[in-house]
Design a protein around this ligand. Structure first.
Ligand code: ATR
Length: 273
């Protein structure tokens, strides 16, 4: 019997996942040994693999594509932020065996934006996209006290419907990409356009002085959105720090301690290049 606490990331595909490396880094940094492995799960047997994991003594897991919605259905309870995000990226097994479904993506983004000293309080923020990646980040962004958040999406109905879900006292609105007006302190690309190497059509005058352009995607080379933003002379950052941030928040939910993210992020960055 191995007493070292067991965690895993469930996904399909999962071989590319950086979560095992990130959590191994946290464990080493905090001198808190854990086992953390990547589990490739057939798309039709997430529940079976989760049960087998629990039988092995599993204490928690990260959940990635395509299981983030299914994971919500096996949890005994959902955290408020998982409910709001409509997806679960973290499962926590409590002392009494209850399974809590949580979502740490929004907290991970905020952790990274704070690390970057991004303009937040009083800032005008533009979020591009209105899909799953956006649902979980609007509430934590609103909590930082921006003057306004505009959610702009190719399909305008999705942006307006999403904005209507939040009680934002007029500080949040949805619009189409071609209706973006004014300039912003922080522009977050949460569309999947970067994956296809595409750039959402954006107005040329988009940034205030000192603005930050942030893409939730990351890679060895800057995304098309960040390449476009670089030409506008603003600070550009990809989503690698958000990835480490969401992992740090998952770790906190499991282990109750907060890892330092910067050294882990630097190691991952070095591996990417
Ligand atoms: P995710 O979970 O990553 O958010 P998603 O729910 O499929 O993925 O959402 C993808 C988002 O990227 C959507 O907002 C989508 O716009 P539509 O709602 O109009 O589909 C946006 N998107 C994808 N490709 C795009 C492109 N080429 N230009 C602009 N927006 C794009």
């Amino acid at each position: 019997m191995n007493d070292t606490p067991l965690y895993a990331v469930f996904g399909n595909p999962v071989a590319h996942s950086k979560s095992p490396q990130i959590h191994a880094g946290f464990a080493e940094q905090l001198r808190d040994p854990v086992r953390y492995d990547a589990r490739l799960v057939p798309v039709d047997d997430f529940h079976g693999h989760w049960r087998a994991f629990l039988n092995e003594g599993g204490r928690g897991a990260n959940v990635t594509v395509p299981f983030k919605q299914q994971a919500a259905t096996l949890a005994d309870q959902l955290s408020e932020r998982a409910r709001q995000a409509g997806a679960v990226n973290t499962l926590v097994v409590t002392e009494n065996g209850e399974v809590i479904g949580d979502n740490t993506d929004g907290a991970g983004l905020l952790l990274d934006l704070k690390r970057l000293e991004a303009p937040l309080t009083g800032a005008r923020i533009l979020v591009l996209g209105a899909g799953g990646a956006v649902r979980g980040v609007l509430e934590p962004l609103l909590e930082t006290g921006p003057s306004e958040i505009v959610v702009a999406n190719r399909t305008v109905e999705k942006a307006t419907a999403l904005a209507a879900l939040f009680d934002a006292q007029g500080r949040l609105r949805g619009c189409s990409l071609d209706a973006i007006k004014g300039t912003f302190d922080l522009v977050i690309n949460a569309t999947s356009a970067s994956l296809a190497g595409a750039l959402p059509p954006l107005p040329e005058m988009l940034f205030n002085e000192g603005a930050l352009a942030y893409d939730m995607m990351y890679g060895a080379v800057p995304t098309v959105f960040l390449q476009w933003a670089q030409r506008h002379d603003v600070r550009c950052v990809d989503g690698l720090g958000m990835l480490v941030g969401q992992a740090a928040e998952s770790w906190y939910q499991w282990r109750g301690t907060r890892p330092e993210t910067t050294p882990i992020l630097e190691a991952l960055r070095a591996d990417l290049c």
